[in-house]
Write a protein that binds this ligand. Structure first.
Ligand SMILES: [Zn+2]
Length: 470
């Protein structure tokens, strides 16, 4: 059964901007272990994600298509379309599939667990006994010491993944191992040694910085340039801590002689705003702060030590891994909206544009934390967005009519909206978007999934009741 199929390791770093990794230019060496994989593979310098937060991005990565086609997004937080997922496809072709995710969306509630023979999600109630015990110990420790960091989650996540690798997997089959870490997601609260090394901040200072999205965006809390600089440093410290733990798994694979024939994909689902565009954290926009993500692929055919500047997409991962696994399913491939990265690199033919989409955001937390801001919130953010990004420009269609156009070469920060100045270019890009939309059938939700709150908010409210988070 094993045959010549490679093992596959996919690592998703939640909410990580490329520049937080040293292989993308961070001056501090935040990611030595990821950098080492990059040296044996390809670093994609302009990788674009399909959306601005975890659920629609992962639904897209797992199906190889954009939210409008698979139907999973803010307004319908369920992957209930019939398109096969990456894990289902690999499983059908003889892979032992397992996922370890400490993010709330990857699980049965959103059906992103489809195709995983084993899925551990520490943020939903069906966690393992070991995780529960560890969590309980963490809560006691936190109460006694007054300290809280997220470190125990990464230790549990990697411990569970290692245990599966060592003891639980079916060794007669190649494996597909998917890790998704929330360590790198705000609030950035790295363990002390990483905080000191990468941010040089005291514990008091770390807790002093606002990390609450609603309070900042609604203007209830003001933040300084220094606050944002410190948040960047704390985010890098989180990356470094996770990188070290990823190293434990990579060492194990190396020791077993498994790493060399394992295809590895390391990416972030989306980035984070740290003050740009008047925003904090993610959601609400499709600017590059959120959709430009790190993407590193080590797999036969993508080259070694190569850096690719051309435009690629996160939805290219599924077709890339299908090729790596030697799976030829024309019907599955025909539905994909991206393409095999190895072929793109080999032939020097890349997509002319990348599309990202965002549906109308949930309002629950905004109503609760920023009631006075609601008129402005609805006016500015209660709309659907669809962005078409080329190597040089980005056009953003908005359902409320406030479309935007940016020249990314001259204005990479997307500060100067050229929609009126370059109406001709905007019209051309809208035509490209319309033509793209006409290439597939949009999935209309068969039943409305209540979105009074986003899954994020609902899950976290539930977790608070259970005492998992504060
Ligand atoms: Zn995310």
């Amino acid at each position: 059964m094993r045959g010549t199929k490679p093992n596959i390791l996919m690592v998703m770093l939640d909410s990580v901007r490329p520049e937080w990794l040293s292989c993308y230019g961070s001056a501090a060496t935040t990611s030595p272990r990821i950098d080492a994989i990059a040296e044996r593979g390809t670093v994609f310098e302009t990788a674009i994600g399909p959306s601005a937060w975890t659920f629609p991005v992962m639904a897209s990565v797992f199906t190889g298509m954009l939210p409008t086609k698979h139907g999973g997004h803010d307004e319908h937080q369920l992957l209930d379309s019939a398109y096969p997922t990456l894990a289902e496809t690999l499983q059908r072709h003889g892979y032992d599939t397992a996922g370890f995710a400490d993010v709330p969306y990857v699980g049965p509630s959103t059906r992103l667990d489809r195709g995983f023979g084993f899925l551990s999600n520490m943020r939903v109630p069906q966690v393992s006994l070991a995780s529960k015990v560890f969590k309980a110990a963490g809560r006691v420790h936190r109460k006694v010491s007054g300290r809280y960091t997220k470190t125990c989650e990464t230790r549990v996540l990697m411990g569970e993944a290692l245990r599966w690798y060592e003891r639980q997997r079916d060794r007669s089959k190649p494996f597909f191992l998917y890790l998704h870490t929330d360590e790198t997601h705000a609030p950035f609260l790295p363990p002390p040694e990483y905080r000191r090394k990468f941010a040089g901040l005291s514990r008091t200072r770390m807790y002093e910085i606002n990390q609450d999205k609603q309070l900042y965006v609604s203007g209830q809390v003001r933040m300084t340039e220094r606050d944002f600089a410190d948040l960047h440093a704390l985010a890098k410290a989180e990356v470094a801590f996770f990188d070290a733990w990823l190293g434990v798994l990579l060492d194990r694979l190396e020791r077993d002689g498994v790493l060399s024939d394992t295809a590895v994909v390391i990416a972030a689902d989306h980035g984070d705003n740290l003050g740009e565009h008047g925003l904090l954290r993610h959601g609400l926009c499709l600017y590059d702060t959120l959709v430009h993500v790190p993407l590193i692929v080590k797999s036969a055919g993508t080259g070694s030590g190569r850096r690719v500047r051309e435009l690629v997409q996160l939805i290219d991962v599924f077709p890339t891994l299908m090729t790596a696994a030697g799976i030829d399913e024309p019907a599955t491939r025909a539905e994909h909206q991206g393409g095999d990265l190895a072929a793109q690199v080999r032939e020097g033919r890349f997509a002319r544009f990348a599309v990202s989409e965002l549906y109308r955001p949930g309002q629950g937390l905004w109503r609760k934390k920023a009631p006075g801001f609601m008129p402005e919130f609805l006016e500015r953010y209660d709309r659907r967005l669809r962005a078409l990004r080329t190597n040089t420009h980005k056009y953003i269609w908005a359902s409320n009519g406030r479309c935007e156009l940016y020249d990314l070469t001259r204005d990479p920060g997307e500060r100067r909206n050229l929609i009126d100045l370059e109406a001709g270019r905007a019209a051309d890009m809208q035509r490209d978007l319309d033509a793209w939309l006409a290439t597939f059938e949009a999935k209309e939700a068969s039943a409305t999934v209540a979105v009074e709150d986003t899954a994020d908010e609902r899950v976290f409210e539930r977790l608070k009741e259970l005492g998992y988070v504060e």
